[in-house]
Design a protein around this ligand. Structure first.
Ligand code: WQD
Length: 337
């Protein structure tokens, strides 16, 4: 039996596939490569000395999904395929709702037709909107502020409704905090197509000389040093979380939601200082205005994942930074060398 990973060539997907292959799972990837590179697949093979089956295509392509489910014995699906840039989603709402919401509907329809009802879904901490309090618990209220966040919330709701309608469905929703870092081999990592929106990817490109300086968005937040605080989590820990979620799926028919984070927040200034210490690279930066939609502080209560999934993040901020830099310095242009 195989695990289908949608979006398996992307940043989180490629790391998740490595962990699955290392755990001797058979893996099938479907990815349209809209924000991923096919080279990641040969790197996965190099890391694991194992191969997986790859289909290039979209989750909107129902005929392709039918073919995949007909040709392979699929046990469960890890659904990571989706568009993920908050600001971009404000300009392209239709594209975000189509890919993220319609894509999930089509995937679930095909799964149901083939009697595959085990699903791990990639959601985001963005669904909490302005948090009720810190740390953020899974039971806190939700309220997304962008089409991207709304699309994740809509999918969470449709999965809940699907489970209500047919409790054979076994669904785990993972709400990621801020994934950073790369595989220790330096062979796979985050490869933004454009100028990065996210802090760690931006810092890495400053360090490698591709970008001149970092703008720190806001230094007047109510945080210890005035800059934004986030819960950064190593992508390898995150990938492991998916394996724990899969293992749990086989034992109960339920729907469950988990935060995946470390439970600890770091400020932008702490990230810059630690990055400089570890890499010996200076990160020139200047303070600028707050970025629209940003919040002061965001970090997870991770106790639910610890108790119910037997999972917790193990890798330190130092390891996150070291591995991000290892990947970036070995691959200054990402997969496009
Ligand atoms: C982190 C901190 C910024 C860039 C985003 C998405 C969210 C989720 C994770 C997918 C903040 C500051 C950043 C820069 C800066 N992704 N910053 N200069 O905003 O927590 O969340 O990624 O689901 O949906 O919104 O992450 O890495 O963009 O920012 O000062 O050039 O770094 O203001 O405090 P964020 P981030």
């Amino acid at each position: 039996m195989a695990i289908l990973v949608t979006g398996g060539a992307g940043y989180i997907g490629s790391h998740t596939v490595v962990e699955l292959l290392n755990a001797n799972q058979q893996v099938i990837i479907v990815d349209n490569l809209s924000n991923a590179n096919v080279i990641a697949l040969s790197r996965i093979e190099k890391i694991t000395a194992k191969s997986c089956i790859f289909y290039q295509g979209s989750v909107l392509n129902k005929a392709l999904l039918h073919k995949i489910f007909t040709d392979h014995a699929i046990e469960a699906v890890i659904h990571l395929a989706g568009l993920k840039a908050e600001a971009d989603s404000v300009c392209k709402p239709l594209q975000y709702y189509e890919t993220n919401v319609t894509g999930t509907i089509i995937l679930c329809q095909v799964m149901a037709e083939h009697q595959v009802k085990k699903l791990v879904f990639s959601s985001s901490a963005t669904v909490y909107g302005v948090p009720d309090g810190l740390p953020i618990k899974e039971t806190d209220s939700t309220g997304a502020t962008t089409p991207y966040g709304q699309s994740k919330l809509m999918v969470e709701q449709l999965l809940a409704d699907l489970h209500t309608a047919d409790n054979q469905w076994d669904i785990t929703i993972l709400r990621y905090f801020n994934p950073v870092g790369a595989h220790p081999s330096g062979l796979i990592g985050e490869d933004p197509c454009d100028i990065p929106n996210n802090l760690m990817a931006y810092i890495c490109q400053v360090a490698v000389g591709k970008l001149k300086e970092l703008q720190v968005f806001g230094n007047d937040y109510l945080t210890p040093d005035g800059t934004g605080v986030r819960d950064y989590i190593h992508v390898v820990d995150l990938a492991q979380g998916h394996l724990k979620a899969l293992a749990k799926l086989s034992s109960n028919s339920a729907i469950a939601t988990y935060n995946l984070g470390t439970g600890r927040g770091y400020s932008v200034i702490e990230i810059i200082n630690t990055f400089e210490q570890i890499t010996g690279k200076a990160i020139p930066y200047r303070f600028s205005a707050r970025r629209d939609g940003d919040l002061a502080a965001y970090f997870a209560d991770v106790s639910h994942a610890k108790t119910a999934l037997d999972w917790h993040a193990e890798l330190s901020l130092e390891t996150m930074i070291e591995s991000s830099w290892h990947w970036q310095s070995k691959n200054p242009n990402g997969y496009r060398n």
